[in-house]
Design a protein around this ligand. Structure first.
Ligand code: AMP
Length: 280
C-alpha cells in the first residue's frame, strides 16, 4: 500500500472527515520519522484495533534543548513512506511547523504527576511539556480513536495517557511492548549514531536491567538492585543518568513489596543517549 501523504492540517481534516463519513475508525501513530520496526509494530497493532492507521511525522523543535540533536536528527521521508506502506499504514501526516505552531502560538501543556517523577524530566527539564503540547495537538487535529505509543519511552507513555485523560480528549492511548534487535538492544532511531564498539557496549543496558529484575524477583531490595545495575553500567564505561525501580503505573518510588515495578534506565554510550525499561 502507498500511504497518502497529507502535508497540511486542511488535507488531514479532509481525509479524516472522509473516513468518518464512511463510519471507519482510525488510530494515530505519532513519530519523529526515521521509521524502524518499533514504529511499524505500532502500525501493525493499530490495524488490529482500527480500520485505518495514520502515522504522523514531525520532528518537534519544542522537545529538544539547545544542545540536543535536533539539527542532526535522521530524516528520510521516502524511506519512511516505503516502510510504513509495507506495514499497511493508510496515511502519513507531515505537518509543517506552521501547522503545529502558527504565528503567535502561546499555549503550552504544563504537567505534574508522572512528568515530574525525577527520571527523564530531571535530565531534560522542558522535554515533556514539549511532547505533551504537540501530542495534544496531534490528538485534537487527527481526532483519532486510538493512539499507539511504545513502552520504549515508558515515562512518555504514562505522561500522554494522563494528559489525554485530564484534558478529556476522547482517544484511547495504547502502550505497545518494546521491539528489540535479536540480541536484545531496544530499537531506536538513535542507534545509527553508535560506533561498532558502542553498539556492542549498548547491549549491557538491557542485560543489566534483566539481571536486576531477576534479583528483585528473587528477593533483593529493588533500590539496591537498581543501584547495583547503575554501578555495573558505570564500570562498563557508560555515563549513567539513572537506573530506577519505580511503581509501574505512578512512577513513584515503591512503598511496599507487592507493587508492580518497572526498571527504567538512561545512559550515554559515548555521545549517544540510550533509554530502556522492562517490567519486573
Ligand atoms: P520516536 O522514535 O521518538 O519517533 O517514537 C515514536 C513512537 O515509537 C513512540 O511512541 C515510541 O515509544 C515508539 N517506539 C520507538 N522505538 C520503539 C521500539 N523499539 N519499540 C516499540 N515502540 C517504539
Amino acid at each position: 500500500m502507498k500511504p497518502k501523504r497529507l502535508r497540511t492540517l486542511a488535507a488531514l481534516r479532509r481525509e479524516t472527515a472522509r473516513w468518518r463519513a464512511q463510519g471507519l475508525s482510525y488510530a494515530v501513530v505519532p513519530t519523529m520519522g526515521a521509521i524502524h520496526s518499533g514504529h511499524t509494530e505500532l502500525v501493525t497493532q493499530g490495524l488490529k484495533r482500527a480500520d485505518r492507521v495514520i502515522t504522523t511525522i514531525f520532528v518537534n523543535p519544542k522537545q529538544f534543548a539547545a544542545h540536543e540533536d535536533l539539527g542532526k536528527y535522521p530524516r528520510d521521508e521516502e524511506g519512511d513512506a516505503a516502510k510504513l506502506g509495507k506495514a499497511g499504514c493508510h496515511a502519513i501526516y507531515l505537518p509543517s511547523p506552521e501547522d503545529i505552531y502558527p504565528q503567535g502560538f502561546a499555549t503550552t501543556v504544563s504537567l505534574t504527576g508522572p512528568a515530574k517523577a525525577g527520571l527523564e524530566d530531571k535530565f531534560r527539564p522542558h522535554f515533556f511539556d514539549g511532547v505533551a503540547t504537540v501530542v495534544a495537538k496531534l490528538f485534537i487535529q487527527t481526532g483519532a480513536d486510538y493512539a499507539m505509543f511504545g513502552e520504549k519511552d515508558y515515562q512518555q507513555l504514562k505522561v500522554v495517557t494522563r494528559m489525554a485523560k485530564d484534558l478529556d480528549i476522547p482517544i484511547e492511548v495504547v502502550g505497545i511492548p518494546t521491539v528489540r534487535e535479536a540480541d536484545g538492544l531496544a530499537k531506536s532511531s538513535r542507534n545509527v549514531y553508535l560506533s561498532a564498539a558502542e553498539r556492542q557496549q549498548a547491549l549491557a543496558i538491557y542485560r543489566n536491567l534483566t539481571n536486576a529484575a531477576e534479583r528483585i524477583r528473587s528477593g533483593m531490595n529493588p533500590q539496591a538492585a537498581a543501584r547495583a545495575a547503575a554501578r555495573k553500567l558505570s564500570s562498563l564505561g557508560f555515563k549513567v543518568d539513572y537506573v530506577a525501580a519505580r511503581n509501574a503505573e505512578t512512577l513513584l518510588l515503591p512503598k511496599d513489596a507487592n507493587e508492580p515495578l518497572r526498571l527504567i534506565a538512561a545512559a550515554w554510550a559515548g555521545k549517544t543517549r540510550l533509554i530502556d525499561n522492562i517490567p519486573v
